[in-house]
Design a protein around this ligand. Structure first.
Ligand code: GDP
Ligand code: MG
Length: 292
């Protein structure tokens, strides 16, 4: 029997729906999703396997012009993912008219099939969708254009079929039951970060990093200790809130999510620490897994 396998990068601007799309394609919520830009900071692998195929997706950070050391590292994750792809899925929101320079410059060197996923068609009428497809067809040489709604899982199956058809003949790269390449604690930290992105405003989510200091099964219980790192004392105050209420509520929301994901009762303890300018601190970033 023939077997197809390959690496597929999902790239695009912040908020285009990359994480929503990867989760829809693999049928698991691996990547965190928030209405804010730059939620995804790492390359997040999501693997889906069948009897005769394996697709290794990479959800990537939204492409931006870097302003911090953190951003540089995020863009490096994008470029590394692109270099190792067999197929690239560029996701663009239907409202979009132009590709930003930071995106086009990356597409210039692409030598593998490039699919345009025209996302969020749920906000358009059918005839408007046709218009958009024609617009993008003239604009750039895509292997194919798939209009879809990652949120409603509309046409995501069709995208999956397109991808499979473009994959090279190859044995599987990972064991067929494997879903991702990052350890459980990584996903625990991501889920806590997701709740922070939802619950705090302005620069707070962007100044925050979550470190899991303890992750231990104790009988029926999963014990998780997390440090929330911020850049300033004032941010620490906001994060904790009056009488600790804000942090407590964030913790409750995170615990629910963690219990769903791990299928275990969770005991979650969170501490807030100030680490000035961690987003530009080379050794800090390295420690946090952002640099080589
Ligand atoms: P990313 O930054 O590209 O990873 O984008 P996310 O997957 O985090 O999604 C950003 C926002 O767009 C979230 O609020 C999603 O719920 C929303 N979104 C994603 N896909 C769709 C879609 O197909 N339709 C609509 N209306 N919203 C979507
Ligand atoms: Mg994302």
């Amino acid at each position: 029997m023939s077997h197809k396998a390959g690496f597929v990068s999902i790239i695009g601007k912040p908020n285009a729906g990359k994480s929503t799309l990867m989760n829809a394609l693999i049928g698991e919520k691996l990547s965190i999703i928030t209405p804010k830009a730059q939620t995804t900071r790492h390359r997040i692998m999501g693997i889906i396997s069948g009897e005769d195929f394996q697709v290794v997706f990479n959800d990537t950070p939204g492409i931006i012009e870097p302003q911090y050391g953190l951003h540089k590292s995020m863009m490096k994750f994008v470029d590394e993912s692109l270099e190792s792809s067999d197929v690239i899925v560029l996701i663009v929101e239907v409202a979009e008219k132009e590709l930003p320079e930071e995106v086009t410059k990356r597409l210039q060197n692409v030598k593998v099939p490039l699919i345009l996923a025209l996302n969020k068609v749920d906000v358009l009428k059918q005839e408007e969708v046709e218009e958009k497809i024609n617009y993008w067809r003239d604009k750039f040489k895509f292997t194919s254009i798939v209009p879809l709604s990652a949120l409603n899982k509309f046409n995501t199956k069709q995208l999956m079929e397109e991808i499979k058809a473009l994959l090279p003949e190859s044995p599987a790269y990972y064991p067929k039951e494997q879903l991702t390449d990052k350890p459980e604690r990584f996903f625990a930290a991501e889920m806590i970060r997701e709740k922070i992105f939802f619950r705090y405003k302005k620069e707070i989510p962007y100044s925050t990093e979550v470190i899991i200091e303890e992750f231990k099964e104790e009988g029926d219980l999963l014990r998780i200790h997390a440090v929330i790192m911020v850049e300033r004392d004032s941010q620490k105050g906001i994060l904790i809130g009056e009488k600790g209420v804000a942090l407590k509520n964030t913790g409750m929301a995170a615990r629910k999510e963690l219990e769903n994901f791990f299928g275990h009762k969770v005991f979650l303890k969170m501490f807030v620490k100030v680490k000035e300018k961690w987003r530009d601190n080379k050794s800090m970033l390295k420690e946090l897994g952002y640099d080589d």
